[in-house]
Design a protein around this ligand. Sequence first.
Ligand code: ADP
Ligand code: MG
Length: 615
Amino acid sequence: MPDIIQLLPDFVANQIAAGEVIQRPASVVKELLENAIDAGANSIQLILKDSGRTLIQIIDDGSGMSMPDARMCFERHATSKISSADDLWKIKTKGFRGEALASIASVAQVELKTRQASSDLGTCVKIEGSTVTECEPCQASVGTSFAVRNLFYNVPARRQFLKTDSVENKHVMDEFQRVALAHPNVAMSMHHNNNEVYHLPKGSFRQRAVGIFGPKYDERLVPVEEETDLVKVTGFIGKPEFARKTRGEQFFFVNDRFIKHHYLHHAVTGALEGLLQDSQYPFYLIYLEVDPSMVDVNIHPTKTEVKFREERAIYSILKSAIRKSLGQFQVAPTLDFEQESSLNIAPFDGKSPVSIPQITVNPHYNPFDQVTRKEPSRSKTSGAIERSRGGGDWKEMYEIMRDEEVKPEELEFSTSDKQALPLQQGNNEQAVVFQVGKRFIASPIKSGMMLIDQQRAHERILYEDFLAKGTDHHGSSQQLLFPFTLSLTPADHALLVEESIALQQMGFDIEDFGGNDLVVRGLPADCRQQNPQKLVDSILEQLHNGEASAEHPERHLLALGLAKGSSIGKGQVLQTAEMRDLIDRLFACEVPYYGPAGKNAIVTLTPEELSGKFD
Ligand code: ADP
Ligand code: MG
């Protein structure tokens, strides 16, 4: 047998390594930004074309490289940052593996220009697919510029795997934000397709946060500060009243490196216990400084999870630091008390309209009436609440209920056969419905009791409506009396501009007004929510934090944002007719049983489950 083991050629080894380190344009941005920081830059520019597919360029004014180093930096395991395994425990730099540039150069066309302050001439290196095509002296400013063109040009499978521009762009902005938030002492800017997305001068941590999240955040940030032998904690916690319903504005940095940490996240939410409403996520920007030997850096290059020694101690220090600052800044008048929901009532300002409280009475409701015995009256039509699409499913439930022969399990129906069900023309069969806790719609059915979450049900209805509009391209728009100007952060502005065509198809009349402003002239017709700011906030929340869906990657998040932003909420009193209409429309949906985010919209309780409560 001949010997069969051989060493992989360098470019193959590099491409394999690249698969780990470089997954998308954002990974290149992260690596190059970190290198610029490690090189001691005072100012960094990021320039992108087509969300980084065509060009990612990073220009810094850091140390620069000598000609041999400029050639050498693309070799695998070439690093100036460690020289022995012992150094691993003292790392202060972002990089140390010496893999990033080798990986990038194996899957893109790269041009490096660099000069050290001590020499008059710089060096220009061109390399593509790991092959150096040029390496010569050239004019260059002090510092380094990497231009990475046509990422994955030689790995078509990877290139195809990239998501839409808006998704890739969001990943890039996430990486940019993380580095920018960790280094306010470095001026940073970002341009995308010749538009300035961020312009961040050198400044304090607070100024940097405001530069990234927008001027509104200035008043929302409560400083946190604590220093112990083990850890120094600085940063900000957002005032609880501004907490959002979705994740995405939670930042931990350890020794200037962005990390995710579930356990420490819990310390923060624990400190805010009683101050947050259900399912809200607080804003936080927490910087931890620890001795590098206390953190395990020996982790996967692209993973943001880290392990601490003394994790428990850090947990309690962090928690008490946050509690202290909440008390100090009088965010929490009394800590450790369960907030009653009645405390959330806003003080009356004399300006807002007052409506007379209404009591909902269902005139048809008779607690002694057996639903199963109810006689149908066929005199009137209920066309107003009958929908042409599918429809009639829940009525089917009642229909079946009148037939004593049917066994409960036969009430199970699948949504796919709905289209086949006959519409109950001319049938005024009115089911008993009533509202519970201003949140659920209850209705007795043969197999027990049906409970519908009014908010999720409405979200489901609106979601499918908006999705259909987006795909059929015919959402009509209702003009606003006065155009509304939205002042956005650069990142949000870029996101919405990216999605503007889809938004128009869903019925938004929206126009880019230059700078970071957008003008809204019209909202989707039939939209209950008339406040453009609230609608747009809800869309942005989804674009930032929602899970993309495989089925409708482009439109899912927009439709979800619109649905959530304009649905009826918990606490809204519904009239009987409204409840019936809602149920009708819910059962006309493709997927009535779940809200658009996948949680139950309908729950049924059997008599057995109910009798369990009486034991
Ligand atoms: P690592 O950062 O892990 O050392 P990289 O592949 O990212 O590995 O970079 C290799 C080396 O190239 C670095 O150790 C550094 O010496 C040099 N280098 C990379 N980027 C820059 C830069 N912007 N300015 C100066 N030197 C750089
Ligand atoms: Mg590096």
